[in-house]
Design a protein around this ligand. Structure first.
Ligand SMILES: [Zn+2]
Length: 197
């Protein structure tokens, strides 16, 4: 069993099945992703492997360690890792935090909510379009062009949530307007987000 403690004091282990498939790239991505989740400090996350899905999370209903996610190593993205770790928080933040853990900001359940909170958390998780958040094809297909703007809208939607119950509808309608407001010009196509240094 490989153990990692990437900075924030979260302990990571991998299932034997995952160890066989693990690449240095995947380990680095998981480590970097975990550093964006200070809520998981002092906790343990176990990472298994899935072939059939991008990722799977077992949303905790009580605090039993290790927490458990599964990832597919092939084509792994930061967005998927962030999404599965956010699912863990969806469960954890409904529980009282253990000693030594920072106070948990409550996080609503649901897949679309999971996508919104993942993108908002860090630019790191903007490397690929999320699965559940609705967006026009033009945005999905030119994700790198729109990622920063979608992320800003997610941050704004979370800010609005306490007073606007329809914040997801608001967000998706703002995203739907993006291709008109910020068209992809030919010269912009090779544009790369330099977020992932
Ligand atoms: Zn999910």
């Amino acid at each position: 069993m490989i153990l990692l403690s990437p900075g924030m004091g979260v302990t990571v282990s991998f299932t034997p099945q995952m160890e066989k498939r693990l690449t240095q790239r995947a380990v680095r991505m998981i480590r970097q992703s975990l550093s964006r989740f200070p809520e998981l400090r002092n906790l343990e996350v176990r990472v298994g492997h899935t072939k059939t899905k991008l990722g799977v999370a077992f949303i905790p209903t009580r605090l039993r360690l290790p927490l458990y996610i599964r990832l597919r190593v092939r084509g792994l993205t930061y967005n998927t890792i962030g999404h599965e770790l956010t699912h863990l928080l969806q469960g954890l933040t409904k529980l009282p935090p253990p000693d030594g853990t920072p106070v948990w900001e409550p996080l609503p359940g649901g897949e679309t909510q999971c996508d919104i909170w993942t993108l908002a958390r860090s630019e790191l998780f903007c490397d690929d379009a999320p699965t559940y958040l609705r967006m026009p094809r033009a945005v999905r297909e030119n994700w790198r062009h729109y990622a920063g703007r979608v992320r800003s809208l997610c941050v704004e939607a979370i800010r609005q949530r306490p007073s606007h119950r329809t914040y997801i509808r608001w967000l998706e309608s703002r995203i739907a307007e993006l291709p008109e407001r910020v068209p992809v010009l030919r010269s912009n196509v090779p544009e790369q987000l330099s977020l992932f240094s």
